[in-house]
Design a protein around this ligand. Structure first.
Ligand code: NAD
Length: 462
């Protein structure tokens, strides 16, 4: 019997189409989910497949993420500034590059071993499973890059619930990371996100039985919500970092470092200098240097006007958060060029900006008679956040005293604050600093559970 070639070809095409349609239905093949349940389910499936890959493959996937994020560092920074209307593109590029290059990978995972009369015991760092990660509007892209690398280096999958006001740029970052993972042979939806993230979707993620760990980076509200979830939560909360300058400091370097730190990304990062407390005998010289470092010094009634504009209601005006110094000064009728990165104003020790996290390039300065007074005020201003503090001094006793008194997670000496997260200082980079829950500067090992494996009466080889 003659075969009808046309008929065979139609049937074959039909079968192929059906196979393709079926496989499309079963593959998640996406990074952004409308529904929390779908995202967690897909991340759970991805994590199980990911757990079967060896560490070398995990590193190849991380390398692919690093490359993709470096290639897109600028475009993502531009997207973030456009969407959030906060911060500086150049500084966000620096943060994105830092996160892509200096977030540790699998080398951060350490095994502990004991050997003795009874054999060998190992403790290994194992993944939790699926992590729900909440990220802030002030630092959208670098947080997603940093969290993704840390969490998957530890063998987890992650579902992000970014800040609603940064959802587009964060979800674009997640898509870029997702495609870098699949390109390197990793599973779909290992890193994914929610298309319309809200506080409600965050709550649903927290409560979802398929989520095994929560990582909350943001203000006190989200840390409290995460810690009330009934699950293990890593809380990276607000800071209000003081910088103290004592009479022994190199005031030229101190002025330079403080302007660099306090103006970085328009004061948005949680770790940057938020109030300066200077010992009187050095304060004038320090203030004198600030204008040479690109800062504008406010005086007299301008200080009152700016205070009223920023915090007249008792709360920081959110409209001004992350804006350029020039735009903020324009609000009270002062015109300066775009090269002015920081506004500085001398205030009393009870000024509200000393105690509020302003998140804008306006630095209050308090003069005090002695270093002891400076330390005491700095501890009060930091408010028990246990976050970050900075000191410029050449006196080891003063530095030790301040570090002991303030008890912050990060303590930076004689450098801009951001040296504490690996920018110009030794150590790796992180954008999730868990003060409230004590994990400190987070990395892959933070997102692991410890598992013990005991072999009795064997493998002691000495
Ligand atoms: P935010 O607290 O308003 O929001 C942070 C994230 O939490 C967002 O994704 C938001 O949608 C979510 N959120 C807020 N309340 C929630 C709730 N009740 N339940 C669930 N999710 C909730 O903070 P922000 O304005 O986006 O970011 C600025 C704050 O974050 C500052 O206080 C800053 O110091 C802090 N921060 C801390 C770190 C750190 O590592 N410790 C890093 C960056 C920013």
């Amino acid at each position: 019997m003659a075969v009808d070639e046309k008929f065979v070809s139609i049937v074959a095409k039909k079968i192929l189409e059906e196979i393709e349609a079926k496989s499309k239905n079963t593959r998640s093949d996406k990074a952004i989910y409308e529904n929390v349940d779908d995202a967690v389910e897909a991340a759970g499936r991805a994590q199980k497949r990911f757990a079967l890959l060896d560490l070398e493959k995990r590193e190849q996937i991380i390398k692919s993420i690093r490359e993709a994020c470096l290639n897109n560092a600028r475009i993502l920074a531009e997207m973030a500034v456009e969407e959030t209307r906060m911060g500086r593109v150049e500084d966000k590029v620096v943060k994105n590059i830092l996160a892509a290059q200096k977030t540790p990978g699998t080398e951060d995972l350490m095994t502990t071993a004991w050997t003795g009369d009874h054999g060998l015991t190992l403790v290994e760092m194992a993944p939790f499973g699926v992590i729900a990660a909440i990220t802030p509007v002030t630092n959208p892209i670098a947080s997603v890059i940093n969290n993704s690398i840390s969490m998957i280096a530890a063998g987890n999958a992650v579902v992000f619930n970014p800040h609603p006001k940064a959802k587009n740029c964060c979800n674009k970052t997640v898509e870029i990371i997702h495609s870098a993972i699949t390109k390197a042979g990793g599973p779909d939806s290992l890193v994914c996100s929610i298309s319309e993230p809200t506080i409600e979707t965050a709550g649903r993620l927290f409560a979802h039985p398929g989520v095994h760990l929560i990582s909350a980076t943001g203000g006190p509200g989200v840390v409290k919500a995460a810690l009330s979830s009934g699950k293990k939560a890593i809380g990276a909360g607000a800071g209000n970092p003081p910088v103290v300058v004592d009479e022994t400091a190199d005031f030229v370097k101190a002025a330079h470092d403080i302007v660099c730190g306090a103006s970085f990304d328009n004061n948005l990062p949680c770790i940057v200098e938020k109030e300066l407390i200077a010992v009187e005998s050095i304060a004038e010289k320090l203030m004198g240097r600030f204008s040479r470092e690109g800062a504008y010094i406010l005086r007299g009634k301008d200080i009152d006007a700016l205070t009223e504009r920023i915090i007249g209601s008792g709360e920081i005006d959110k409209e001004l958060i992350g804006k350029d110094a020039a735009a903020i000064l324009r609000e009270i009728g002062i015109d300066v060029g775009p090269d002015v990165r920081l506004a500085v104003m001398e205030v009393g020790p009870d000024h509200p900006l000393v105690y509020h996290e302003q998140l804008m390039p306006v630095l209050p300065v308090v003069k005090v008679p002695t270093v002891e007074d400076a330390i005491e005020l700095a501890v009060r201003a930091e408010g028990g956040n246990k976050h970050t503090a900075v000191m410029h001094s050449k006196n080891v006793d003063n530095m030790t005293n301040f570090a002991r008194r303030i008890q912050t997670t990060i303590f930076v000496k004689n450098a801009p604050s951001y040296a504490g997260i690996g920018m110009g200082g030794e150590g790796f980079a992180t954008f999730t600093i868990a003060g409230p829950t004590g994990e400190g500067v987070t990395s892959a090992r933070t997102f692991t559970r410890q598992r013990r494996c005991v072999l009795v009466d064997g493998f002691r080889i000495v």
